[in-house]
Design a protein around this ligand. Sequence first.
Ligand code: AMP
Length: 200
Amino acid sequence: MATNEAMKPVNLVIFGRQGSGKGTQCAMITTELGSIHISTGDMLRAAVEQGTEFGLQAKAIMDRGELVSDEVISGIVAERLAQSDVTQNGFLLDGYPRTLTQAESFVGILNDLGLTLDLALNLDVPIDEVTTRMLSRGRADDTEEAIARRLDLYEKETAPLFEFFLDQGVFEVIDGLGSESEVFDRLNTVISAVISGKSQ
Ligand code: AMP
């Protein structure tokens, strides 16, 4: 991916079931682009670590595999996107939006900040494969029940957003099966096409 000082910031959203390898790919993409990885899951886990009252409430919700309220999460994202490191370097938003209400708020947030979304990527890994991966990684919130609930919520609440971004002409599906570098190459190809389109 050709990056240079003059390059305009690239603003991306990435979708993918839990266990799709999204976190790893996000790190690789933001290293390449010099953009900011914003993971709402990581932000919530940081709040849990800090032991604030909000953190405690979020922990209970996350442990059950449910979703934090749309209003709260959109507020957190709006605050983060407004910061200058993000407006200057671009963002890769991971874990948000997750519901149609959030997607609508997201459009409003971008408008308010004068930002444009370049691409929404869907890192596609089948349900069977992500379930096997999650059960083997042994994270505390990865009980079989919570995994099933999260995957179910993803199909019901988040997958319908693909249509939303498709309608905006900024949606691409990437096959998430294969080695880390194979998957990265696929993502890189699609993102590079968008970058070359922007610089014309
Ligand atoms: P993640 O690491 O993205 O899978 O997020 C972990 C957990 O944080 C999720 O299972 C939700 O409980 C919560 N969470 C993260 N992002 C959001 C969001 N956009 N809306 C609601 N809840 C969220």
